[in-house]
Design a protein around this ligand. Structure first.
Ligand SMILES: [Zn+2]
Length: 108
């Protein structure tokens, strides 16, 4: 993972069900919301402290996934993004390097 990667623009498209991130090197990533929630990096969603790097990029490619809206975004320092989901879940701190790695384009 590239530790120096940082997002310079973030847009939520709840209607269309994706999150768009513009990176400082000009790359644009689009994350289907259901897959993003499935890859929530919090301990509970990952299934324990020994599973913290155990992500599931395959979840981005599910056909007809359940709708999953984002209620709020908050930067965490300059290295991560806290996402508050419509159901109130917000314990996941999505690191920029994790998000960049998760980009569905990297997992086709
Ligand atoms: Zn979580």
């Amino acid at each position: 993972m590239d530790e120096s990667t940082t997002a310079v623009g973030i847009d939520v498209f709840n209607e269309e069900q994706f999150l768009k991130i513009i990176w400082e090197d000009g790359v644009i990533s689009q994350y289907p919301l259901y897959g993003l929630r499935k890859n929530c990096p919090c301990v509970m969603c990952r299934g324990g402290h020994d599973q913290m790097q155990n992500f599931e990029p395959g979840a981005f490619f599910l056909e007809n996934p359940p709708r999953m809206n984002i209620k709020g975004l908050k930067p965490v320092g300059n290295h991560a993004l806290q996402i508050t989901w419509i159901d109130g879940h917000n314990s996941g701190m999505y690191r920029w390097d994790t998000l960049r790695w998760l980009d569905p384009e990297n997992h086709k």
